[in-house]
Design a protein. Sequence first.
Length: 234
Amino acid sequence: MINNVKHQDYIYMNEDYYSNPKETFMFLKELILNDFDKPSILDIGCARGEFLFFIKNSLKIKDLSGIDYSSNLIEKARSFNGLEGVNLVVNSAEKFEMGRTFDVITMLGVLSYFDSVKPTLQKIKKHLALNGKAYILGFFNDFDVDVFISYRNNKYFDEFEPGWNLHSLDTIKKSLDDLDMRLTNIHVFDLSFDLSPQDDPCRAWHINTEDGRKYTNGLSLIYDIRVLEVTNNE
C-alpha cells in the first residue's frame, strides 16, 4: 500500500505534459499501435491524465479509463476539457474494481511504489481481456534481488517515502506464472536527448558507463527504463 506519498503531486502539478508529452508516451503509443486497431485502454496511476490525453488525440480508441490514488490529481484531470468522456477514478492500483476488462492496460512508473508486485498484478489479471496486453513501464533488477527503498528528498518534504523499489525480473516472472500470465517481451526505452542534473536531485539524468548510457539520480541508482509486455495465458 502507498502511504505518505507527496512527491508525485508536486512533480505533476509543476509539469505540463498535456502540451509537452513525454517520449515514453510516444514509445508506448507505437507498442499499442503495433498490436491493436481500436482498443479500450485503462491507465493505472494516470496522474492528471496526460498519457490518456495523448492517446485520445493520437490513436483510434474504443474508450479510455484511468485510476490514481491521488484525489488532487484526479480532480485536475476531471477539470481538464481535453479529457471529456474519459472515465477517471480515485483508487489504488492494489484495490481498484472497474467491473469490466480492457484490451490494453498501461502502468507507467507505478509498480516501484509497492513492496509486493502480486496484488497489482492480480488486478491487472482481473481487468485484462483474454487477447489483451498490459504494458508496464519502470525500472527492474536483472539480478534476482528485490530492493526496497525508502527515501527523503529534503528539499521538498520531511518524511520518508516509497517510489524507487527495484523488483527483480525473476520475481515478476514468478508472480506472473502464479497468476497464469506471461511476460512476452521486454522493450528498452531511451530518450532521444541527454538529460542533465536538475535542481530536484530525484529527477533523473544520464551517465555513460561501460555498459552504455544509463539513468541515475540523487538516490545513487543506476538503471534502465523498460516496458514489460504482459498477456493472459489462453
